[in-house]
Ligand binder design. Structure first.
Ligand code: CU1
Ligand code: CU1
Length: 273
């Protein structure tokens, strides 16, 4: 059974195996297919028409399934690997071990945002940005440059306290847990972290930065914690909406997956705490 751990507790060997599995997927082309898929959804998800991956109730089940597929690809390379999660309420500075050269590398240089250390620095020759939104083919970050503070534990708790999963108009204007967690309203949790990292993370091709997976693994864990705290609060909408993935609607790009299939993460993995 897969156990997803807090990245701060990984051993040197666990970090090395995770990084090496990612580099293998990059080398064989698999990694970039995930970037392409994510960007296609970002480009087509919008508030008024069909929306699946973002700005809509299925934001959480969609990313749960997307992460699961990536984790399974990693495990096909190295069966001991699981996605770690980044608790950005605790590891909230650029001095975190997350950003050390033996794991994800650090922030970009001031001139052009280019990440210069760690396994994903372009100078190492193993991490060319192929699926990109502009001409720059190197990983970029600007940690803390566009927004100074990552969300706090108190802000997370205020969102976990919300009792309704989602509500009309089922988009970025909605009240409810999903939209506050996604970050279009209120204290802004998920979106803010993308902007705090900056570079590709602030764009539709965000999975180009491997921190994407650790960020979303934590978002996924917050969803699981919310479900545990509100056992009587279902996924919504149940049925009958247009342009939105209802509980038992098929969720693109998969043709046999519905939100209902993704509600219980314990079918697939557990968390260390
Ligand atoms: Cu996304
Ligand atoms: Cu995201």
């Amino acid at each position: 059974m897969t156990v997803r751990k807090n990245q701060a507790t990984l051993t040197a060997d666990e970090k090395r195996r995770f990084v090496n599995a990612i580099l293998t997927l990059k080398r064989n082309g698999t990694y970039d297919t995930f970037v392409t898929t994510h960007n296609a959804f970002i480009m087509s998800d919008n508030d008024d028409t069909d929306r699946v991956g973002h700005r809509s109730p299925s934001f959480l089940p969609w990313h749960r399934r997307f992460l699961l597929e990536f984790e399974q690809a990693l495990q096909a390379v190295d069966s001991t690997v699981a996605l770690p999660y980044w608790d950005w309420t605790a590891d909230r500075t650029t001095a975190s071990s997350l950003w050390a050269a033996d794991f994800l590398g650090g922030t970009g240089r001031s001139r052009d945002g280019q990440v210069m250390d760690g396994p994903f620095a372009s100078g190492g020759g193993r991490w060319t940005i192929n699926v990109r939104v502009d001409g720059r083919n190197y990983l970029r970050r600007a940690l803390g440059a566009s927004v100074a503070q990552l969300p706090t534990r108190a802000e997370v708790d205020s969102v976990l306290a919300m009792t309704t999963y989602d509500m009309a108009p089922w988009n970025s204007a909605s009240d409810g847990f999903r939209n506050h967690l996604e970050g279009w309203r209120g204290v802004n949790l998920h979106n803010r972290v993308h902007v705090w990292v900056g570079g590709q993370m602030a764009t539709g091709v965000s999975p180009n930065d491997p921190v994407f997976w650790l960020h979303h693994a934590f978002i996924d864990r917050l969803w699981a914690q919310w479900q545990e705290r509100h056992p009587a609060s279902p996924y919504l909408p149940a049925a009958g909406t247009a342009n939105v993935v209802d509980l038992r609607d098929t969720m693109r790009p998969w043709n046999n997956v519905t939100p209902a299939d993704m509600l219980d993460h314990k079918k697939f993995y557990t968390f260390d705490a």
